[in-house]
Design a protein around this ligand. Structure first.
Ligand code: AMP
Ligand code: ZN
Length: 110
């Protein structure tokens, strides 16, 4: 499948890894929108938040289990977790990912 983040998971495209385990990869965003900007993705291809089902919800739970460890490693206590689903929401990569943003005061959403 022609998916950028699957290629990152497979090692075909390099990444700056922050955290990795059997189901999850976290790496620095190539175009950071905040002083700390990391993406957390499932290694399994899911197209976005709208594609999560009862069968795959556990991986999302696991992502939220490791986010505190990642934040601690990044040295941030205050952060925002965002996922964009669909073009109008700003999704540009069709593989589920959660942005961790921090390192500055974050403005309002929207
Ligand atoms: P979204 O717009 O929510 O789909 O987020 C996609 C994110 O992926 C953007 O913040 C991009 O800067 C980031 N991105 C795109 N290509 C790469 C890459 N090769 N390595 C790391 N981050 C990337
Ligand atoms: Zn993918």
């Amino acid at each position: 499948m022609d998916c950028l983040f699957c290629k990152i998971v497979n090692g075909d495209i390099p990444n700056n890894t922050v955290y990795e385990d059997d189901t999850v990869l976290a790496f620095y965003d190539i175009d950071p929108k905040a002083p700390v900007h990391v993406l957390v993705i499932p290694k399994q291809h899911l197209s976005g938040a709208a594609a999560v089902t009862a069968d795959t919800a556990a991986v999302v739970g696991h992502i939220f289990e490791v986010i505190p460890q990642i934040a601690q490693k990044l040295g941030i206590t205050d952060f925002r977790v965002v996922t964009n689903n669909g073009m109008d929401a700003g999704q540009t990569v069709g593989h589920l990912h959660f942005h961790i943003l921090g390192g500055r005061t974050l403005g309002e959403m929207g």
